[in-house]
Write a protein that binds this ligand. Structure first.
Ligand code: SAJ
Length: 426
């Protein structure tokens, strides 16, 4: 069985790897020639634990080959980005371009699966485009029981940094445009997925994916609102959350300097755009979370001594802990604004990077290691809860003004270990 994966990015490339490991003949396709060359050399262009070893093995075994153009196959998986425009609308042009590329190589009996996070209705629209380009084939959006080509939507839901395990273990929803399409997609994913597969409609599967990330955004928004409440009432939000979470049906997420990454801060807009009147809560969560980086900057401004030149150490630049990805990072946004404040020297540390990201270059920011940054600082702002930072000796922080946006140190200081009276279950 041959499967072609269009788009060899953060999702497409690991997907190629697991299909190839399962014994399928995999043809990876990408518009970027350097990605194609790299993969064919058995190398990878993204950072993901254990992916490099697996790719070099399946390429060496001849199970994965990369191409610049769409290839004939029995199944075609589309895993291209769906960014959003400045008006917060989904840009599905890459999906449609991938469909245009696949259309000429489609043959009777083929399966097309869209995996890209997409607004509700995209799978159907993509199928209409395919049908327009290939009038000689019958597609399932017209007559589900009489189709030559099968089409389904099946979103990925993997966590960057754990992609290879989550691809295998997570359950998946499969939304076929027909019962036959769902069945074909189930057969395909069964080759490597150990989790359960749930069949639904394409539209429901599209909304399920968006809902997962919107749910997380709304819940992080709740945590950030609670942090503002606690700041107002001079209470420790980390203690309040930890104690509230002792309730068996309460599970509050963590406040922070904002929501970064390429999914959670984007996907809610796809729902908001489709149902603007029905989504005041998702919109508010987006506003709360997007305002967080400036909130941190204001917290720093409040403790600056007027008229005195001060050094602010910023610890962490990535968008979440223990990874190196600094794109769409709220920490980077905080650092950029702090560097623009008069009388402030910003020293930044990111243990997972060798230097500043491009968008922070030329702003007079000093890049150094965490201990040196702390040593030089009047104010220390913790922006990412990297494991390394939790090991910093509190002595080093003794004389510094601290803003701990992730509760890595503050909670420890405030923790009243003697206030726990053990119950019979302990
Ligand atoms: N964050 C908080 N507080 C929290 C949890 C996260 O402020 O309690 C922040 C993080 O620091 C980060 C951002 O939110 O800046 C997003 O991080 P994340 O770890 O929650 O999620 P992502 O973006 O790495 O991956 C998400 C996952 N979705 C869900 O957990 C519902 C992943 O499973 C999806 O596959 C991925 O989006 C995607 O591709 O859609």
């Amino acid at each position: 069985r041959a499967v072609s994966v269009i788009g060899m990015g953060y999702i497409g490339l690991p997907t190629c790897a697991v299909f190839a490991r399962a014994g399928l003949d995999v043809r990876g396709v990408d518009v970027n020639p350097s990605v194609v060359e790299k993969v064919n050399r058995g190398e990878i262009h993204i950072v993901e634990p254990e992916l490099d070893g697996l790719i070099s093995r399946v390429v060496a075994e001849g199970k994965l080959r990369a191409f610049g153009e769409a290839q004939p196959a029995d199944a075609h998986i589309i895993a291209v980005p769906t960014p959003f425009t400045t008006e917060h609308k989904a840009d599905v042009s890459h999906v449609m371009a991938a469909a245009r590329a696949v259309a000429p190589v489609l043959k009777r009996g083929d399966l097309v699966v869209l995996e890209s996070t997409s607004p509700v209705g995209t799978t159907r629209k993509m199928t209409m485009l395919l049908a327009e380009l290939r009038p000689d084939l019958k597609f399932p959006h017209v007559n589900p029981d009489d189709a030559d080509v099968f089409v389904a939507y099946s979103p990925e839901r993997v966590l960057p940094g754990k992609v290879l395990t989550e691809l295998i273990d997570n359950d998946r929803s499969i939304g076929g445009l027909s019962a036959g399409s769902s069945k074909r997609a189930v057969d395909l994913y069964t080759s490597f997925v150990a989790g359960d597969l749930y069949i639904t409609s394409a539209e429901s599967a599209e909304l399920v994916k968006l809902t997962e990330n919107a749910f997380r955004d709304v819940n992080i928004g709740f945590a950030n609102e609670l942090a503002a409440v606690c700041q107002h009432l001079r209470l420790n939000v980390w203690e309040v959350i930890e104690l509230a979470n002792k309730h068996p049906r309460v599970n509050i997420l963590s406040p922070g300097p904002g929501v970064g990454g390429h999914c959670i801060a984007v996907d809610p807009y796809f729902i908001i755009d489709a149902a603007p009147e029905q989504t005041p809560m998702m919109r508010t969560a987006r506003q709360i979370n997007s305002a967080r980086p400036m909130g941190v900057v204001q917290d720093v401004e409040k403790i600056l001594v007027p008229g005195k030149r001060q050094t602010v150490a910023c610890l962490g630049l990535s968008f979440k802990p223990n990874i190196d990805d600094m794109r769409e990072s709220p920490a980077v946004e905080v650092v950029r604004h702090l560097a623009g404040l008069g009388g402030v020297l910003v020293v930044a540390a990111e243990p997972h990077a060798k230097g500043l990201p491009h968008d922070l270059e030329g702003l007079g920011i000093v890049f150094t290691d965490a201990l040196d940054a702390i040593d030089r600082a009047d104010i220390v702002v913790l922006l990412v809860d990297h494991r390394q930072f939790s090991l910093i000796d509190p002595e080093a922080l003794k004389d510094k003004k601290l803003i701990d946006t992730r509760g890595l140190w503050t909670w420890r200081k405030a923790r009243r270990t003697d206030a726990r009276i053990e119950g019979r279950n302990s």
